[in-house]
Design a protein around this ligand. Structure first.
Ligand code: AKG
Ligand code: FE2
Length: 330
């Protein structure tokens, strides 16, 4: 069933109908498929995010544990993470699919070469990078020998989401950043290599829109299809943590939420840690190549491992309380 849906949405001829794809921008149409979640926590702030009290959060009824947060990022927040994913996280010692191809000389950076030489071919060749504990694609394992420091800013962001959702001991230790173009797909898979399979996965999307499929623990379950747009956050927790998922199609978005200039692009209250990159984001000339990239690509940051097992009584109680305070139907 998963494969069938994947093929259906991937097809170019005939093009699929997108009528059944859950659209959180038009949630009234899907009241029988999603449940709105009201958080207990309403205060707390994090750089680049709108206040928690304004977050729109849903759970997909057919997939308990699949939590969707409709773009909680500000314009500046989306720009910040885009710049980090293209210009900084792509640097060594982080690993990428380009490493074995030897296309980037040791003393140079992928993003700089692409920009200086206008090298669109090299730009499009980047498909993934890994951060922290590097996922070994051949053995599908993480090891102590194959790890680097996890970026503090991305760790802090993910922990902020985890704490807000009731995962009070979450510790971001590894991530995969996926780079998609308009013809890219990601076939159905489960993420089961992590040592701690109880910890949720956090996924942050930027740029073009994905059709995301989430099925069951075997390929026999018909998956739910949903749009993931720029800024949307998906959390695969509980029963959904080990379910089959994939991206059969990228669709061109008709809005650019990373380009709404009257948002907070000019905001001044930015802490030192974020200042250099945010200055770049606010400068329309310096921002342009990043905006151009987003206009034909999608970036997905998948913070996916919590190697350390930190189940405490406090954790269990906290997660239980979170569930108790959430249920109500749209
Ligand atoms: O791009 C996405 O939304 C999903 C990525 C994913 O499933 C993965 O990196 O394991
Ligand atoms: Fe995955």
């Amino acid at each position: 069933m998963f494969k069938e849906s994947f093929k259906y949405y991937k097809s170019k001829l005939p093009l699929p109908s997108l009528d059944n794809v859950i659209d959180f921008n038009n949630v009234e149409k899907f009241t029988k498929k999603v449940t709105k979640i009201i958080l207990k926590v309403t205060n707390g702030e994090f750089f680049g995010l709108i206040p928690i009290s304004e977050w729109e959060i849903y759970e997909v009824d057919q997939n308990p544990g699949l939590i969707f947060i409709k773009n909680p990022f500000t314009t500046l927040g989306q720009r910040y993470w885009t710049v980090k994913c293209l210009q900084e996280y792509t640097k060594k010692p982080n690993k990428s699919n380009l490493d074995p191809l030897n296309l980037v000389p040791d003393n140079q950076e992928w993003w700089d070469i692409c920009q200086n030489n206008n090298d669109f071919t090299l730009l499009e060749k980047l498909r993934w990078i890994t951060l922290g504990y590097h996922h070994n694609w051949d053995t599908k394992i993480y090891t102590e020998e194959n790890k680097n420091d996890f970026p503090k800013d991305l760790g802090d962001l993910t922990v902020f989401f985890a704490n807000t959702l009731g995962y009070s001991n979450f510790n971001a230790e590894a991530a995969i950043v996926n780079y998609y173009h308009l013809d890219s797909t990601l076939s159905g898979h489960t993420d089961h290599s992590e040592m701690n399979l109880e910890a949720p996965l956090f996924s942050f999307s930027l740029g073009q829109t994905a059709i995301f499929l989430l099925g069951g623990i075997s390929k026999d379950t018909k998956p739910s299809a949903m749009f993931l747009r720029s800024g949307d956050v998906v959390i695969m927790s509980k029963e959904s943590r080990l379910c089959y998922h994939g991206v059969p199609k990228i669709v061109k978005s008709n809005t650019k939420s990373w380009d709404i200039t009257n948002c907070d692009v000019n905001s001044n209250e930015i802490s030192e840690e974020y200042k250099t990159v945010t200055d770049l984001c606010k400068n329309s000339t310096l921002w342009r190549p990043y905006g151009d990239y987003l206009s034909h690509s999608r970036i997905n940051i998948n913070v996916r491992v919590w190697v350390t097992k930190k189940t405490t009584l406090y954790n269990i109680v906290n997660e239980f309380l979170f569930v108790c305070h959430t249920e109500y139907t749209v």
